[in-house]
Design a protein around this ligand. Structure first.
Ligand code: R5P
Length: 299
């Protein structure tokens, strides 16, 4: 088995390789003056099962192109199989037509990956099952919820004083699974709506009773608007402690500042996307999905 990494999340790839007890194999990413890239596999892969780790986070298109080229290079070098580990799957939110005339971008990238001969895909906390269904190859859909449950337990937050909160209706399934993992911790849902043209988020009310401690759970944080709004509503309702758990730290624009300034005491995310130093903030804590991915790769 040989494991390679694109450039989007090398620290995670190293950790996965370490958990598997193997070294990261070499590949060259050469950038031409015009920005085009040339990928070259520097290790022998003939007849080998290969893994490529690449989060398709910002810059999404560049990271996808790298993944496409690495897969092509592996195939041409005679790899027996290719498993793409895409901890954060870019374009996953565009999984169906929201408004007439739109492309279904998530499906487009799924089709390309299949065409390139990728045999298996490992992804973490996909926004919905629609992306999984877009593939005809084996998709292992992992979830950081078990890591969140462990962290919640370690902190001693239990169902007597804490309520799980989904910041929108779309997150109900997620919150129900986590609630079960935590011995039926109570949950509540915020009714949120988003303007499809501007992306602006508004929230109306909370469905359900919230205890003194609220644990907001979401799949990703992009602008930080959803979380900041949810925390504000909860604070207004008199909730004393607010914590946030989200799998993917997309952290676009001013998200780190918005989150640091928000009513949340702490924001837990994972390393599905690499968070550079300039995007880290005092309230942030990063949990690792490396061992979970390594376990899936060796099963
Ligand atoms: C939306 O359905 C997702 O689950 C997230 O709540 C959303 O993508 C977060 O985006 P933002 O941080 O920009 O509000």
């Amino acid at each position: 088995m040989k494991i390679f990494s694109g450039t989007s999340n090398k620290p995670l790839a190293y950790k996965i390789a370490k958990s598997l007890g193997i070294k990261l194999s070499d590949l060259e990413v050469f950038v031409f003056p015009d920005g085009e890239k040339r990928i070259r596999i520097l290790d022998k892969v003939l007849g080998e099962d290969t893994i490529v780790v690449q989060s398709t986070s910002t810059p999404t298109d560049e990271n996808y192109m790298q993944l496409f080229f690495i897969a092509d290079a592996l195939k041409r070098s005679g790899a027996k199989s290719i498993t793409a580990v895409v901890p954060y799957f870019g374009y996953q939110r565009q999984d169906h037509v929201f408004r007439e005339g739109e492309a279904v971008s998530g499906r487009v990238v799924a089709k390309i990956l299949e065409t390139l001969g990728i045999n298996n895909l490992i992804a973490v906390d996909l926004h919905s099952t629609k992306i999984e269904q877009a593939f005809n190859i084996r998709v292992s859909h992992l979830s950081a919820l078990s890591i969140f449950a462990e962290t919640i337990k370690k902190n001693g937050w239990d169902k007597s004083s804490a309520t799980l909160v989904s910041p929108d209706m779309g997150g109900i399934k997620r919150i129900k699974i986590l609630s079960k993992m935590l011995g039926n911790m109570p949950f509540a849902v915020i009714e949120k709506s988003r303007d499809l043209a501007t992306g602006k988020v508004t929230a109306e009310k909370i469905e359900g009773k919230v205890e003194e401690r609220a644990i907001i759970v979401d799949d990703m944080i992009s602008s930080g608007g959803t979380i900041a709004l949810a925390a504000k509503i909860l604070k207004k309702q008199g909730i004393k402690e607010i914590y946030v758990f989200a799998a993917h730290p997309v952290f676009s624009d001013k998200a780190p500042k918005i989150l640091q300034k928000s009513e949340a005491k702490k924001v837990f995310v994972t390393d599905t996307i690499f968070t550079p130093v300039e995007k880290r903030f005092p309230k942030l804590e990063i949990l690792s999905v490396a061992e979970m991915i390594a376990a899936s790769l060796s099963s």
